[in-house]
Design a protein around this ligand. Structure first.
Ligand code: NAP
Length: 483
């Protein structure tokens, strides 16, 4: 299957923080891939901005190195030189007044203007204010802001208010890169483009839902940042919340930014507070060969969680009585992200002693090996009478869609192209972010006020035993964490 590439309009994209890690690893390589695919008009301009003093050519050389380091592209790639020709660089301190006029002079009238804030959140306000006061941004310009968007509701609200002084909501693109993942968007396609699932998608037929985002890496290298955050702020408030919303939301009336975001917001507002007994925090410990969290975070007293599991309830008609179990953690057994929907068992079995029908299960794998797996009951083949067996109907998107299906654009590529197209569907709205913090704030506050340490778990395990008990208590089991 050949994917269609629709070129975006001619644009000027300014990347604040162009010398940083995110720009090197994701933004610039992503832009190159879109250029290579023919989606970026060759007249477009990509302007790097940061305090480092360097020329356009220095920035081009730095970008070429980053692309070669973080992708399989080699410097001889026929389109690399052409792509580098799109680049320019302006030295700007977000807190100073130098460089802004030069930036303004480089912006071309008539092109789409987008400004990517790939800098610490403490600089978002400074940049927004200077873009406005120097007359660089106008009512059609877009700004892209990175996570974390606040660390609680109050700070998110303050940040929203700061940005709102200079930009309308329709100009603000808050990135949650999970929403840019192909398979995450597929959740909406699976639910709302098939008649098969939606009639069963409720508490009457679904026993429970498990959402797992497991990583094998620890926090070494970014320990001091992570230690101020923890799994709830780093993963649950944003990425897992988005997955939960896409699974639980009502069908939007249209695939339109505000229609989709309105429905997600309703889910967040319907979340019940999480009881302390329904949440388990964990921290990975050293296992002889591998370092533990305290060492990686360089904080021997840390009570920050590198793992969290929780039972979440959604208080509305559709989901009354169907729990959602979320878990995420670092240094776990395998790197995997999946959503598993366990249906209820058939109400009555007509097959006396030939085996009780088991519950159907639909697993949507986000990574690795994106795809879907549906467990169904069939008759065990053979002449031995009617015996039942559960088998997987397995679909890997890469197999089903051919080589182009496997070559899915990275989340950042898609999201940046959406910014240029002016499509906010896959970006979080300000009220959505604040509502998500309003739900997580009490969970975090209760933890920070208490004296408990997180439950220890071995690096390479499935997480703390307490998390297993969270499920066993409800006569359920976590799915095995495996790649
Ligand atoms: P980083 O590697 O520390 O880079 C920060 C960038 O900001 C550098 O280019 C730096 O360049 C520039 N900068 C710092 N102070 C500045 C100032 N006063 N004026 C103008 N530019 C300034 O950080 P990062 O990892 O790229 O992260 C950038 C943002 O993305 C952060 O908000 C982070 O939370 C978010 N994020 C990052 C990742 C990731 O994987 N890295 C993932 C998700 C979200 P100069 O020193 O030359 O000024």
């Amino acid at each position: 299957m050949v994917s269609r590439v629709i070129p975006v309009d001619d644009f000027d994209l300014v990347i604040f923080g162009a010398t940083g890690d995110l720009a090197h690893r994701k933004i610039l390589p992503g832009l190159f891939r879109r250029f290579e695919a023919g989606q970026i008009p060759p007249t477009s301009r990509i302007i790097g901005a940061a305090r480092t003093e360097q020329s356009d050519d220095d920035f081009r050389a730095e970008t070429a190195r980053a692309i070669c380091e973080y992708t399989s592209v080699r410097k001889e790639h026929p389109q690399l030189a052409e792509f580098l020709g799109l680049l320019g660089y302006v030295s700007i301190d977000a807190k100073g007044d130098g460089g802004w006029q030069e930036l303004k002079d480089r912006m071309r009238p008539g092109a789409v203007h987008a400004f990517y804030f790939s800098v610490a959140p403490s600089l978002f306000g400074d940049i927004a204010e200077r873009l406005a006061s120097h007359g660089i941004a106008d009512n059609d310009s877009r700004i892209v802001v990175e996570k974390p968007f606040g660390r609680d509701r109050a700070s998110a609200r303050a940040l929203n208010a700061t940005l709102a002084q200079h930009f309308d909501e329709h100009q603000i693109y808050r990135i949650d890169h999970y929403l840019g993942k192909e398979t995450v968007q597929n959740l909406m396609a699976v639910r709302f483009a098939n008649v098969l699932f939606e009639p069963l998608w409720n508490a009457q037929f679904i026993d429970h839902v498990q959402i797992t985002v497991a990583e094998t890496v620890g926090v070494a290298g970014r320990g001091s940042y992570y230690d101020k955050s923890g799994a709830i702020r780093d993963m649950v408030q944003n990425h897992m919340m988005q997955l939960l919303c896409l699974i639980a939301m009502e069908p939007p009336y249209h695939f339109d930014p505000d229609a989709v975001r309105d429905e997600k917001l309703k889910v967040i507002r319907a979340l019940e507070p999480v009881a302390p007994a329904d949440i388990v925090r964990g921290q990975y410990q050293a296992d002889g060969t591998d370092s533990g969290y305290l060492e990686d975070a360089e904080n021997p007293e840390s009570r920050t969680e590198s793992y969290v599991a929780m039972k979440v309830r959604i208080s509305n008609w559709r989901w009354q009585g169907t729990p959602f179990y979320l878990r995420t953690g670092k240094k776990l057994r395998a790197r995997t992200s999946e959503i598993a929907i366990t249906f209820k068992e058939p109400p009555h079995s007509i097959f006396d002693d030939s085996g009780v029908p088991k519950a159907n299960e639909l697993v949507i794998r986000l990574q690795p090996n994106e795809g879907m797996n549906m467990k169904v009951m069939i008759k065990e083949p053979g002449p031995g009478g009617m015996r039942l067996v559960q088998v997987p109907l397995d679909m890997s998107f890469a197999d089903a869609l051919g080589p182009d299906g496997a070559d899915m654009p990275d989340a950042y590529e898609r999201l940046i192209m959406d910014v240029i197209r002016g499509n906010q569907t896959l970006f979080m709205r300000g009220d959505e972010v604040e509502a998500a913090w309003a739900w997580t704030d009490p969970i975090i506050e209760a933890w920070e006020d208490g004296k408990r340490r997180p439950e220890p778990y071995d690096a390479g395990s499935s997480g703390p035993d307490e998390a297993l008990r969270l499920m066993h208590r409800d006569n359920r089991r976590w799915r095995e964490i495996r790649a």
